[in-house]
Design a protein around this ligand. Structure first.
Ligand code: XMP
Length: 508
């Protein structure tokens, strides 16, 4: 398959480059700059990413370009551009002023294929501390801004190009045109990597790989595991055995309604009600990470038991997606654990199952597009993310069945109102939190002393950063009234107005 290789030097924008290349319907992979894969004939070009380092730092990344430079098309971005200049004897120095933010192209050579159709004077996004003062011999300027003469260049006699600005970010008006020029016109990719193609080729690969073997998959009701299941089902039909565990921490009625829709899709799925087992291990546990660990361990326990009951199963399928893969092999290494999100932390050794991960190369939005291609209902595809440990991490303090019931009612009122007011798809994630305090209220002539809940709704792209949703006051008023009137035991509703960072989306 035609592939663009993106070598990561640790820039915050590297994933965005990959997403833009894929938007041009070209498959690409990110690899750390110091772990360059073998160059085979599938690789049509290489992009060198930006970096937080300056090329003049002693410990700056020193990428070994020897396997592809001059042989394959190369596009250097920001650090990538400076690195190529530096290693060829040009001059790169710290800028007097940090060049950050919007700039306009005062000159763009439209005869250069990279800049074909890139408009003169259009806006680009700069973010670098170094500047290219002198280009090596054989390097030719292809664009400039007011303050940066060498904003882009090409190397004569090679398909090597580079730019100082970031074409992958939204603020570079013609950034996508430029990247598309690179992959399509310079690398010669046929831009045929579409969801339809992905489905066809993955189904074929899965058939070849799995043959008549049996596969077990844990469904969660979420987008990733559902899409993985449908894809596998298309490839191996009834040999896919799905297990959907009710941990007693799901949303109101969720277990039954999701189980029904899985069955409607023709999946061979077994629903397992293990709520009581989960409540038991959670009893008295108040510390968030301990809750996650207890839930993770119990899940493995239940899953293991159910998987063992399937005769001759040899594969375990997982809904791992590309950001998880990149995260674990990134230049910076796996990021510090703030919350241990991967609650299914691997299976016991003795299960000896081989792993198959059909969505391993996809970003979240691509998983949704593939799901759509596979005919999954939009209801399933557009669901908000929901944490594996479920309501347990939205009940501050210890978890009991009674508290879960209260929170399910509150959450249900909030979510149903979001849907009926056409706000559900405008927020990225929403839910309710049960606080470990009581407050004084008055109902009729009676003094009450009852529970407090907080509502949380955020806008985000990937959950890494988030801002609280500015939901209309009238909407919040309606939801608050309904909750206090209908949910016994709750007499106060708050709305969380914290952004991430410094807060997180979940309270635990
Ligand atoms: P935070 O709270 O870290 O959440 O801002 C970011 C996203 O991750 C989800 N989340 C989890 N997902 N297991 C999961 O599967 C977990 O333990 C977990 N904790 C948080 C959270 O719902 C949000 O979408």
């Amino acid at each position: 398959m035609q592939t663009i290789l993106i070598l990561d030097h640790g820039s915050q924008y590297t994933q965005l480059i990959a997403r833009k290349v894929r938007e041009a319907n070209v498959y690409c992979e990110i690899h750390p700059y110091n772990k360059i894969p073998e160059i085979n004939e599938d690789i049509k070009g290489v992009i060198l990413s930006g970096s937080p380092y300056s090329v003049t730092d002693p410990d700056a990344p020193k990428t070994d370009l020897s396997s592809f430079i001059g042989k394959l098309p190369v596009l250097g971005i920001c650090y990538g551009a400076q690195y190529l200049v530096h290693r060829n004897g040009g001059k790169v120095e710290k800028s007097k002023i940090r060049e950050y933010g919007r700039a306009n192209l005062s000159f763009a050579d439209n005869d250069c294929i990279l800049l074909k159709d890139v408009k003169q004077n259009s806006q680009v996004w700069m973010s670098h501390g170094d500047t290219i003062l002198e280009l090596p011999e054989n390097f030719e300027v292809i664009c400039s801004t007011e303050s940066v003469k060498n904003a882009g260049y090409r190397v004569k006699g090679e398909d090597t190009y580079a730019i100082q600005f970031h074409p992958e970010v939204y603020h570079s008006e013609y950034g996508f045109v430029l990247l598309k020029n690179f992959v399509e016109k310079i690398c010669g990719c046929d831009c045929s990597w579409t969801p339809k193609n992905f489905v066809e080729s993955t189904v074929k690969e899965l058939k070849d790989k799995l043959k008549d073997d049996k596969v077990v998959l844990g469904l969660s009701g979420g987008v990733d595991s559902s899409v993985a299941a449908v894809l596998l089902h298309k490839a191996i039909g009834k040999n896919l055995h799905c297990i959907f565990v009710d941990n007693g921490l799901l949303r109101k009625n969720e277990f039954n309604s999701v189980l029904e829709s899985y069955k409607d899709m023709g999946l061979n799925v077994k629903g397992v009600d293990a709520s009581k087992d989960f409540y038991e291990v959670l009893s008295g546990v108040t510390e968030p990470e301990k809750k996650r660990k207890a839930i993770g361990a119990k899940f493995i326990d239940v899953f293991d038991r159910e998987a063992n009951a399937i005769k001759d199963v040899t594969w375990l399928a997982q809904g791992t997606i590309y950001p998880d893969v990149i995260e674990s092999s990134s230049v910076k290494g796996p990021s510090q654990t703030i919350k241990s999100h991967h609650n299914v932390g691997g299976l016991p050794e003795y299960m000896k199952l081989k792993i198959v991960e059909p969505l391993r190369s996809l970003f979240k939005d691509e998983v949704r597009r593939v799901g759509k291609e596979l005919g999954l209902k939009s209801e399933l595809l557009e669901r908000h993310p929901f944490p594996g440990p479920g309501l347990a991490i939205r009940i501050l303090g210890d978890v009991t069945e009674e508290k879960v019931k209260i929170l399910q009612e509150v959450d249900n009122i909030f979510i149903e109102n979001l849907k009926s007011s056409d706000l559900y798809n405008k927020v990225w994630q929403a839910g309710a939190v049960l606080l470990p305090i009581q407050s004084v209220g008055v109902m009729g002539d009676e003094r009450t002393y009852e529970r407090v809940v907080a509502l949380r709704a955020v806008e985000s792209v990937d959950g890494m950063t988030a801002d609280w949703s500015r939901l209309p006051y009238d909407f919040l008023a309606k939801v608050s009234n309904q909750i206090i009137n209908q949910v016994k035991g709750v007499n106060r509703v708050c709305y969380d107005i914290s952004s991430k960072p410094p807060a997180t989306i979940e309270w635990e």
